[in-house]
Design a binder for this molecule. Structure first.
Ligand code: SAM
Length: 238
């Protein structure tokens, strides 16, 4: 792994790291490679591209100071652990929960967490079902989510997990402005208010850089939400 590229990127983004975190990134990439040889876990990327697209893209909330020490965070639709794993690697103080509807990805994450010596929960469930359980409902300071659904759908998949006073953070592409009205309306129904969009730059990668759509949880989510698994995607709230 080109650790120089990783550390230069983190430095440029103003994200603190130590040698132990860099070693965990290296180990995580090695485990990803091992699994990718056996199963289709993530798109296989050239190593520098993986650092940029996965690791550096994931850490934007840290350069913006969005996650307080010890914050309880859920990564909804984490896939192979993005953005949650880079966040936890850099900030093992976070109380991280990984959630995905696909069992093989959760099994991979459980193995990776054990081998990296990181403590976190990895849950195999659909967001719509998990958010109805007392232990997860409005139990998190922040919900993070990348490449899972359109903004309005995502509000229904993430806001029910977030405590009043907490924050939902969604990675979005350049088309986010077209989704804003729908995102605002959905947030309103779910007890949230869209704060706005902030850039999530990756050095030298302006052509595809994401931004973060930030939604404050201002009140409680009505009991009717999230709707039955699959409904948010089929009939987006807005
Ligand atoms: N967040 C990762 C990333 O950025 O690399 C994975 C993105 S992948 C395109 C979308 C992931 O969301 C898949 O792993 C899928 O199983 C999961 N997913 C989609 N809808 C979901 C739902 N309703 N509940 C839980 N997981 C969901």
């Amino acid at each position: 792994m080109n650790t120089q590229r990783l550390t230069d990127g983190l430095t440029a983004l103003g994200v603190p790291f130590d040698a132990a975190a860099v070693a965990r990134f290296e180990a995580f990439h090695a485990i990803l490679d091992e699994y990718n040889r056996k199963m289709d876990l993530t798109a296989v990327l050239e190593e520098d591209e993986r650092i940029d697209r996965h690791d550096l893209d994931s850490v934007a909330p840290l350069s913006q100071g969005l996650l307080a020490p010890g914050a309880k965070v859920i990564d909804v639709g984490t896939g192979a652990g993005f953005p949650g794993m880079p966040l936890l690697i850099l900030r093992p103080d976070l109380e991280m929960t990984f959630l995905d509807a696909l069992g093989k990805r959760i099994a991979f994450l459980q193995d990776a967490l054990a081998r990296l010596g990181l403590r976190a929960q990895a849950i195999h469930a659909r967001a719509e079902d998990a958010a109805r359980l007392a232990e997860h409902r409005e139990a998190y300071d922040a919900a993070v989510s990348r490449a899972v659904a359109g903004a309005a759908v995502l509000q229904e998949l993430t806001l029910p997990f977030v405590k009043p006073g907490g924050l939902a953070i969604a990675w979005k592409g350049p088309g986010v402005q077209e989704e804003m009205d729908a995102a605002r309306r959905a947030a309103f129904v779910l007890g949230g208010r869209v704060r706005g969009v902030t850039p999530a730059p990756v050095p030298g990668r302006e052509e595809w850089a994401h931004c973060l759509l930030l939604t404050d949880k201002t009140g409680k989510t009505p009991k009717a939400y999230p709707r039955k698994a699959g409904t948010p995607g089929r009939k987006p709230l807005a």
